[in-house]
Structure formats: structure tokens, C-alpha cells
Write a protein of this length. Sequence first.
Length: 77
Amino acid sequence: MSGKRSKKINKKAKELTIEWLKTLLNEEEAAKITKLPPNNLVYNRKGTAMSMPYSYKGIKRKLKKLKSIEHLTLKDI
């Protein structure tokens, strides 16, 4: 993967992750979110870390498989 494509994927993944987090919160708390939280993992009962499906890393995996990512929204994924 080229450096330009990698930068576009990283930027789009951040945008979509923030958009997804805002859908989980009420309007007042959603307005406060401007950047990604540092920890994007969920821990199960055994203490094993699992990636959330719409976390930064999860969205980035899905974007790598797509050809065009410029006009994607969260509903498209």
C-alpha cells in the first residue's frame, strides 16, 4: 500500500470512528467528542482484549479492502 493511500485510510478511519462514538452517546456528550479516546479495546470476562467492530482499528481493516473511500459514510460500512 502506498503512503498516500495509507494516510487517506487513517484519516477516514478517524472520522468514521468519531462519528460512530457520537451515535452511542446523547447529544450533549457527543458534542464534547473531538478526538479519539486512547483505548479502543473492550475486555471480556476472562480479561482478554478484543477489538470493537467499529473501533479505529476495525474500520481501518474494512477500508483497506475497499477501492474508493473518499465519499463513504458510517452507513456504507
